[in-house]
Design a protein around this ligand. Structure first.
Ligand code: BGC
Length: 712
């Protein structure tokens, strides 16, 4: 039977006629090659095509859009030249867009706009599928509390609830409501588990996290991603409690497969299986294969260990054939459910070309960037007064690359630079970059505003980009000191893939705009500066004052000696030389208008309970506000965080308008993991509704069974 004649009910029969080599082939993922510089020479993996014909490869990994022809050739060989005609999974890391690049994930998470994030995933899937891809290693939903870790840029920040909502948006965007022939990209949740907790923020490092923290913080986004139907999960590089995740029976088998009932495919990370030897757990490649396969890794990403050593493990009886058949069945079922045969036959026959970087895609990147850029400080400086003279200084003045890490768009520089965008908006723009210090100051005297572009280059965040120092570069600091006393309004634009230390900068300048890397939506920077767009994003990660505070995150536990309200006492949990609090807390972000919050009330409607609060736009212009619901469980064991995000709503209000914002509350919302049991305790809870994680606007309620009442 050829694969094209197989369906979900004949799949076992199909697997029976596969040779051992063909079965193992389905578990093998190889890279197609590299394009080092886009548009430059490609180096194609030379054995690839031969192995595909022989049925020894089940998925290929490509990193650049230029690989379209090679991908189609590979798929053609798999379908028409291999014995059984099984299509390949064609995988890629589509993290924030394919040809059209959206803001980096850390930025788009700050939008708290799930519709836009989902649409960005739909669009990325459309572009990628048109270029022959069918599987993405995304979304990355690692909880990230440590800005030293460069991969924080790919994450959605520090909060499990937000990360869960985002996981759902991405999975549904990439795959649709369920995996079907309409699914364009199979989603892979990564990195399972605890990768974001790398000690010292150093990439690939050990994670030391206890089960309570894993279950209540690191696991929930994965659970939601799985409930949303994600087809894949990628095991992370790190160890947990001394066991590398690639060989972690407890979390891969007991938790992921048995408890969370994940029935899709589990991939290793890049050479993760071979790295079991680097960890010092496996003494030989055979043992690495035995451990990884035994723990539940279905697909070997590029270490070639399954290809070389799994056959022997099976022939010698160390690995059961039935387990191999089960893994093959998981992989083939997904290929069938997505109807990859039909899709690729059509794509090959039509000789269709990739459709990327359309007007619609660019507009969506702009819409998302509008809602991702965070106004951190504004002493009546922004928006810029129309038609004034601006002095621009710093690395991004003429820059045309705002894309950030983890992308390989062929349209890297297809956007306007900041000076071009502002000139086109009728400002008189002076570029100070090439001037001497004296000339800079003389030029500044002639201008109304100074706009400084500061931050990090795109390769300073992302994978293998950990940093121990998070202050602005010396060059940036010099610029700020030069201009700070010249009596002009200074705006700092920060481009970066992580929170930086901005305390000193905030003392020296009048306005700070956290632009992150806005992708092809970079026009949003100019629109926010000029007030065309009213900023509405809130940070999804706390900004530390100093590296020594890290990890600093809002949803921490209380200690027995909390410093809260006792900041001057000696024997409390605090630093002698720095406040405990971050510079900017999770959920914080300014607007050009102001929102006022009324008291929080409890409303009962038959058996449903709601906490409600009036929000009023008291400023002079319309704007969007992210209304946030936090909960504190006052008495619990294990003890609970001082606050946890449990809901948010993004609302739009005209100037002067007000609206009642309500959140339905129930017992489930108050539940948490006590060991493996997910439940709530009766007792007192504080519900906060406010504009950030430090809002104290709250109501105290008593939970008894399914009912809430006012706590006395
Ligand atoms: C990263 C993964 C990625 C893979 C394939 C690894 O180094 O950790 O996130 O999916 O490479 O590119």
């Amino acid at each position: 039977m050829k694969f094209k004649d197989c369906n979900l009910s004949s799949i076992d029969e199909f697997i029976e006629q596969m040779t051992l080599e063909e079965k193992i082939g389905q578990l093998v993922q190889k890279t197609i090659g590299r394009t080092e510089n886009l548009g430059q020479e490609k180096s194609i993996n030379s054995d690839l095509f031969e192995s595909i014909e022989a049925g020894r490869i089940g998925s290929i990994l490509q990193s650049a859009s230029e690989m379209f022809e090679e991908v189609m050739r590979a798929q053609d060989l798999a379908l028409h030249k291999s014995r059984l005609g099984i299509p390949l999974f064609v995988n890629s890391d589509i993290i924030h867009g394919f040809g059209t690049i959206f803001p980096i994930p850390l930025a788009s998470a700050c939008s708290f706009n799930m519709e836009l994030i989902k649409e960005s995933a739909v669009l990325a899937a459309e572009e990628a599928a048109s270029a022959g891809l069918c599987c993405t290693h995304s979304p990355m939903i690692d909880i990230a509390r440590d800005p030293r870790w460069g991969r924080i840029a790919e994450s959605c920040g520090e909060d499990p609830y937000l990360a869960g909502e985002i996981a759902k948006a991405y999975v549904c965007g990439f795959q649709g409501e369920e995996i079907s022939p309409n699914t364009l990209l199979l989603a892979t949740l990564k990195h399972y588990l605890g990768y974001g907790a790398a000690e010292g923020g150093r990439d690939y490092n050990t994670a030391e996290i206890g089960e309570n923290t894993i279950r209540n913080f690191y696991l929930p986004p994965f659970q939601i991603g799985i409930e949303s139907g994600a087809g894949g999960v990628m095991a992370s590089f790190n160890t947990i409690d001394g066991i590398p995740m690639t060989a972690n029976n407890k979390y891969l088998d007991d938790v992921l497969r048995k408890e969370l009932k994940f029935s899709g495919i589990v991939l290793s990370d890049w050479t993760g299986i071979a790295e079991l030897m680097g960890h010092g757990m496996a003494k030989s490649p055979e043992e690495a294969v035995f451990l990884a396969f035994g723990a539940g890794i279905d697909i070997d990403m590029v270490s070639d260990f399954y290809e070389k050593f799994l056959q022997n493990e099976i022939s010698d009886g160390r690995v059961e054939l039935s387990k191999l058949n089960a893994a093959v069945k998981r992989i083939l079922s997904l290929k069938l459910r997505m109807n990859l045969v039909g899709r690729y036959e059509k794509q090959i026959a039509l000789k269709s070309k990739p459709v990327v970087f359309t007007e619609r895609a660019r507009q969506l990147a702009k819409d998302l960037a509008d809602e991702s850029i965070v106004l951190l400080k504004n002493d009546n400086v922004l928006p810029l007064r129309a038609g004034t003279t601006l002095l621009l200084d710093g690395r991004w003045t003429h820059c045309r690359n705002f894309l950030g890490c983890w992308q390989s768009s062929a349209y890297k520089k297809h956007v306007e630079s900041l000076d071009e965008m502002l000139s086109r908006r009728n400002f008189s723009v002076k570029d100070a970059n090439k001037l001497s210090e004296n000339e800079k100051l003389a030029a500044a005297a002639e201008c109304e505003y100074i706009i400084l572009t500061l931050g990090e280059n795109e390769n300073e965040s992302g994978e293998a980009a950990s940093k121990a120092v998070l202050s602005l570069s010396e060059e940036d600091q010099k610029l700020v000191s030069l201009y700070k006393s010249c009596g002009k309004k200074i705006v700092a634009l920060i481009f970066s893939g992580r929170p930086l230390l901005l305390e000193k900068l905030c003392e020296d300048v009048g306005a700070v705009l956290m632009c992150w890397f806005p992708g092809h939506g970079n026009e949003a920077v100019a629109d926010i500066l000029t007030g065309e767009i009213n900023p509405c994003a809130k940070i999804c990660v706390s900004f530390p004052r100093r590296e020594g505070q890290i990890p600093v995150y809002y949803n921490h536990l209380s200690t027995g000696r909390s410093a809260h309200g006792r900041e001057t006492e000696k024997f409390v949990s605090r630093y002698l030389d720095c406040p405990n609090e971050p510079l900017f807390p999770f959920g914080f972000g300014l607007s050009y208008t102001q929102f006022e919050y009324g008291p929080v009330n409890l409303i009962r409607n038959q058996n449903d309970f709601f906490v409600v609060c009036q929000v009023k736009n008291t400023g002079k212009r319309c704007g969007k506000e992210i209304v946030q619901l936090y909960v504190r469980d006052c008495i619990a064991c294990p003890v609970r965080p001082i606050k946890e995000l449990k809901g948010f709503k993004k609302i739009f209000l005209e100037a002067g308008e007000s609206v009642d914002v309500s959140f339905k509350i129930d017992r489930k919302l108050c539940a948490y993991y006590h060991a493996a049991r997910f439940d709530a305790d009766d007792g007192e809870f504080i519900f906060y509704i406010g504009d950030s994680s430090i809002s104290e606007n709250n109501i105290r309620l008593l939970l008894q069974g399914e009912n809430f009442s006012l706590a006395r």
